[in-house]
Write a protein that binds this ligand. Sequence first.
Ligand code: FMN
Length: 215
Amino acid sequence: MENDLSNYRKIYKKSELSIKEVPENPIELFQKWFFEVEEFGGDIEANAMTVSTLGIDGFPNNRIVLLKKYTWEGFIFYTNYNSQKGKAIKQNPNVCLSFFWHNIERQVIIKGKAEKIAENLSDGYFESRPNGSKLGAWASDQSDVVSSRQFLDDRLASFEKKYENKEIPRPAHWGGYIVKPVSIEFWQGRPNRMHDRIRYSLQENFDWKIERLAP
Ligand SMILES: Cc1cc2nc3c(=O)[nH]c(=O)nc-3n(C[C@H](O)[C@H](O)[C@H](O)COP(=O)(O)O)c2cc1C
């Protein structure tokens, strides 16, 4: 079987990125791009990003998670600390995040170090989640092998019963990571595959070095 995809060809022409116009701090540019992606619209989950970790088996591992907050310090997502990604981060906190915003032909690639956020911040976010999601965090030992769907449904039912008419606390194994960036690349698709790529790299004095990369 084969499926030749060589005719998949798109001309990228929606925007440009000029090194003369970029701000000194990449978080500012991230914010500008994020707002533009939202404004541009279309069927897109703008905060969905790929998180890559170095797996304990030596392979890179990717998965999509939702970015829940960004600040001058970094990028925050929530997950199960005992999951495959949690174990990988414990062993090696170097991660890579990437976004593909196809509506406006942009990619952002962030390299950084992941660390757990303060417990009270995880509590605050957990509290804001719908009850169903809270119970899901209790019911799922994320990334473990399970015997069946029935097993999961039964686990959920047992936690529904346990917390019926009660406040649902945050499980200690569930919370946020902040990824503190050391480099951020902004990629804007351009015609003829001559895309714009601008990379920010964090220097020892905490200034950001800004360079253009060949596409
Ligand atoms: C659109 C989308 C959003 C997701 N958001 C999250 C998330 O915010 N947190 C999370 O732990 N998993 C999220 N997942 C599930 C992950 O992709 C992944 O299956 C899970 O975290 C287990 O990954 P691991 O076994 O590599 O640790 C999301 C998946 C998709 C497709």
